[in-house]
Design a protein around this ligand. Structure first.
Ligand SMILES: Cc1ncc(COP(=O)(O)O)c(C=O)c1O
Length: 380
């Protein structure tokens, strides 16, 4: 059980797959939101200049995180919105009569969206199932289903229910040979595992700032490769999609040359502003340092799993795993009870079905993870 001081420092917080924290986050987000309020509510005309500055810094920091060139990355409400923006921008003939490939462990929201779009856009949604009793979709099974009838493949880089990390080089090399558009949902790994949109080159990337980049909601992103931007005509468009948003002539609408064509109405600012402190902090630490700490704690959990005979839902190999370690709890032990008992002792985890999700990050300590494992051993 954690001491009061440990609890106050959040040492038992292991929910980075949901929301990322860092020391001092509350204070810094409060300060940023106070600036937002002061600038937004000032009785002058500086609001839009401030909004543009916030957006510029947000986008520049994100471009830095994933190696995206200028003009290729924009902000969205969330990951699903980013995905819809991209899919809704594809020419009808790209999708009609063809397949969209996705794995059975993709984030459900993307699947719900694809189901709805498949009916309207006349494509077949092909979901690669997980093998009986397994916790994630195997790369080789995804590849087996990926032929030249696949118009778009959405790869989930790191799964939210196992932390399995795909081998992007292998998947993308295969997908290129099929001529498919390739997109990657990097939400669960970005910020804790190095990622680069150019290695391997990806056609579109969707993500949010909420998790290992330690932001808040309302700060999703969409990256599109410059060559692909040109063939996209987003149906979700508006005055901000234009080279000059102040063209109000109905007959003179045109798309901006760069990623701005994926923008639509007045951009949101508060979520981006409140996400800046997390992005700045993550950049100051560096992903390698954050990952080293995360791996040390993750390995502790994996060792405890071996010692106690717990079933790992995550891969053991560090290179095949994102920032979390997930355990498949025995059916005889209800997961909600385990999560509640851990919480009472100061450890914050959650579950999806019988999968217990543990994601140690910057505020989590090794001592707390050791205690968590001991408590878990008692519960199981
Ligand atoms: C892989 C992945 N994609 C997307 C999301 C979130 O999507 P959205 O921002 O649309 O809610 C999550 C959230 O946990 C996720 O794990």
């Amino acid at each position: 059980m954690l001491t009061t001081e440990q609890r106050e420092r959040g040492e038992g917080y292991a929910l980075y797959h949901s929301i990322g924290l860092y020391p001092g986050k509350q204070r810094e987000v409060e300060a940023e939101l106070a600036t937002f309020a002061a600038r937004w509510c000032a009785p002058d005309n500086g609001q839009w200049i401030y909004a543009q500055d916030v957006r510029d810094e947000f986008l520049a920091r994100w471009r830095q995180v994933i190696g995206a060139p200028e003009g290729t990355l924009t902000a969205t409400q969330n990951v699903t919105a980013a995905f819809y923006s991209f899919m809704g921008a594809l020419p009808a003939e790209r999708l009609a009569g063809r397949r969209v490939l996705v794995a059975g462990d993709c984030f459900p929201s993307m699947h719900f969206l694809l189901q709805a779009m498949a009916r309207r856009r006349n494509f077949t949604l092909d979901t690669v199932p997980l093998r009986q009793g397994e916790s994630y979709c195997r790369d080789e099974d995804f590849i087996d289903r990926w032929d030249d009838s696949v118009a778009v493949a959405l790869i989930t880089w790191v799964s939210s229910t196992s932390s399995h990390k795909v081998d992007l080089d292998v998947l993308v090399a295969h997908g290129r040979a099929q001529g498919s558009l390739i997109g990657v949902d990097i939400t669960q790994g970005v910020g804790i595992v190095p990622y680069d949109v150019n290695a391997p080159a990806i056609d579109f990337v969707i993500a949010s700032t909420l998790k290992w980049l330690m932001g808040v909601t309302g700060a999703g992103v969409l990256y599109v490769r410059p060559e692909i931007i040109k063939e996209c005509t987003p149906e979700f468009c508006g005055w901000f999609s234009q080279p000059d948003p102040f063209n109000w002539d109905f007959d003179k609408f045109s798309y901006a040359d760069d990623i701005r064509r994926f923008d639509h109405g007045t951009p949101s600012v508060a979520g981006l502003a409140a996400s800046l402190p997390g992005l700045r902090w993550q950049a100051a630490q560096g992903v390698d340092r954050l990952r080293a700490h995360n791996l040390r704690l993750s390995r502790r959990i994996i060792t405890a799993a071996h010692d106690h005979g717990w079933t790992l839902a995550s891969p053991e190999d560090d290179a095949s795993r994102g920032g979390s370690v997930m355990l498949r709890l025995p059916e005889s032990v209800p997961a909600p009870e385990v999560v509640a008992a851990l919480r009472d002792d100061g450890f914050f985890t959650d579950h999806r079905g019988q999968i217990l999700r543990i994601s140690p990050g910057a505020v989590t300590t090794e001592a707390a993870i050791e205690d968590l494992c001991e408590t878990l051993a008692g519960l199981l």
